[in-house]
Unconditional design. Structure first.
Length: 458
């Protein structure tokens, strides 16, 4: 596979120098996906110029690959007639994605300039929610009947006016209900060309309902190793298909969404150049963390007078908080991943929780013993001025770390399950929220154990 990185680097220099003739020549040598990447990474004011440098037959593929920001700049620069010409050469699902980004009035104007058979397919796709199976499917299909022969099927495929490659031919009944599918490679290899398709059709298949969430479609494809997923309505009528490239896009989109939410942000931040908007995206979760800080300051003030004789233990508060927070994040991330891939069902749930409890306890035991030994070494150096035995104080540190890590593992695993049950995206359970909750819990555990020790030994 050719490497376009050196070419791309040269294009950026040409764009910076506004050397458009040479930039056009360089873009002509590149794949549409690479061209789209160059436009996405270029200054906004250059997007329109770069797109206009492209050959007409390349524009549809490039426009379908552009990100929202650069794509919006290009769409604003195109007239309705030119846009209709470009969209007409796209697959229906890509055309629907482009027109969905436009205001409804302009989208309708562009559709009105397209041929009826082209616009009808796009209109149908625009009716579905963009995050559903219907919103990501294409209506380009190879549809056959059971009574057709292999020879008739191959002849029909040869005269199809489509540019996309097909892996399967779908077999439907008179009402359009899906009966099964046939691998086109199998048709080509069939020597008896008079054989009926009904004898070759695979009647066991996996399909998505038209209103199924796109994330569930991706899970379906991954679980059953599907290259293409047929899409049916509630009556089993074949409406379209979802191809592997769209499934990969969904996986990337969902993964990006979860990563942003783990950090207390969202993907809207990528699309915004405004500092104020970026702050508004991140600030809510940071304010929640700040509230946690207020709570911890109250806890510290409350316990300060009670542990004045053993104030040296305050030196280990950061370690206890950090270890508890990290343990909680680990547990919540694992559980969120299991939820995302549909791996927490039935009897697996209690076993998963038990494993997290045991894992947190074992890690807490190891880390608690290690910090206890270190604490004894540190505290023993100043033991002459202390009312309590350094060994007892070190035991407090070790026991507190053990307890806080065990609690954090349980809480980090349990909270995503609760949020998922009440229909809140469990990805929001990690990051700032889990960290804040675990910090407060760790502080209460630490000082609670300290106070009990002081009372029992004082």
């Amino acid at each position: 596979m050719p490497n376009h990185e050196p070419i791309a680097d040269g294009v950026y220099d040409l764009i910076h120098d506004e050397n458009w003739p040479q930039a056009a020549a360089a873009l002509a040598e590149m794949h549409p996906a690479d061209i789209a990447d160059v436009i996405d990474r270029s200054p906004r004011e250059a997007c329109e110029t770069l797109f206009n440098l492209l050959a007409d037959d390349v524009k549809p593929d490039v426009l379908s690959e552009l990100e929202k920001t650069a794509g919006g700049e290009v769409l604003e620069s195109l007239g309705n007639r030119e846009l209709a010409k470009i969209v007409s050469r796209m697959s229906p699902d890509d055309a629907a994605d482009v027109l969905a980004a436009l205001p409804d009035e302009r989208s309708e104007q562009v559709l009105g300039l397209m041929k009826d058979e082209e616009s009808d397919d796009v209109r149908q796709l625009l009716e579905y929610d963009e995050d559903s199976a219907g919103g990501i499917m294409t209506t380009d299909l190879v549809v056959m009947r059971e009574q057709q022969t292999v020879a008739e099927a191959l002849e029909a495929i040869a005269y199809l006016d489509v540019e996309e490659r097909f892996v399967y031919a779908y077999v439907v009944d008179a009402a359009g209900r899906l009966i099964g599918y046939i691998d086109i490679w199998q048709l080509l290899r069939e020597r008896n060309r008079s054989r009926r398709l009904g004898e070759l059709v695979q009647r066991e298949f996996r399909a998505a309902q038209v209103d199924m969430d796109q994330e569930a479609v991706a899970h379906l494809a991954a679980q059953y190793d599907l290259d293409v997923v047929p899409v049916l309505d509630e009556n089993g009528v074949l409406l379209g298909r979802i191809t592997s490239d769209d499934i990969m896009d969904v996986m990337e989109e969902e993964a990006s969404e979860d990563i942003f939410r783990l950090a207390g942000s969202d993907d809207a931040e990528l699309e915004s150049a405004s500092v104020v908007k970026r702050c508004l995206v991140r600030l809510p979760w940071l304010l929640i963390t700040l509230v946690g800080g207020f709570a911890m300051s109250v806890i510290l003030k409350y316990f300060h007078a009670r542990i004045a004789d053993v104030i040296v233990l305050a030196a280990f508060v950061p370690v206890v908080l950090a270890m508890g927070g990290n343990t909680g994040i680990q547990s919540s991330t694992l559980v969120i991943r299991r939820i995302a891939v549909g791996g927490l069902q039935g009897r697996s749930l209690p076993f998963m929780l038990l494993r997290e409890v045991l894992t947190g306890a074992l890690m807490g035991l190891v880390c608690g013993a290690a910090i206890g030994l270190w604490a004894h070494s540190v505290i023993a150096r100043g033991s002459a001025t202390m009312a309590l035995d350094p060994l007892h104080l070190a035991a407090v540190v070790g026991l507190a770390l053990f307890a806080s890590m065990t609690f954090a593992a349980v809480f980090g695993a349990f909270m995503p399950l609760v949020l998922n049950r009440i229909k809140v995206d469990p990805a929001v359970a990690s990051g700032p929220f889990i960290t804040m909750a675990n910090d407060i819990a760790a502080l209460l555990i630490y000082f609670g154990i300290t106070v009990l020790l002081v009372r029992s030994l004082g």
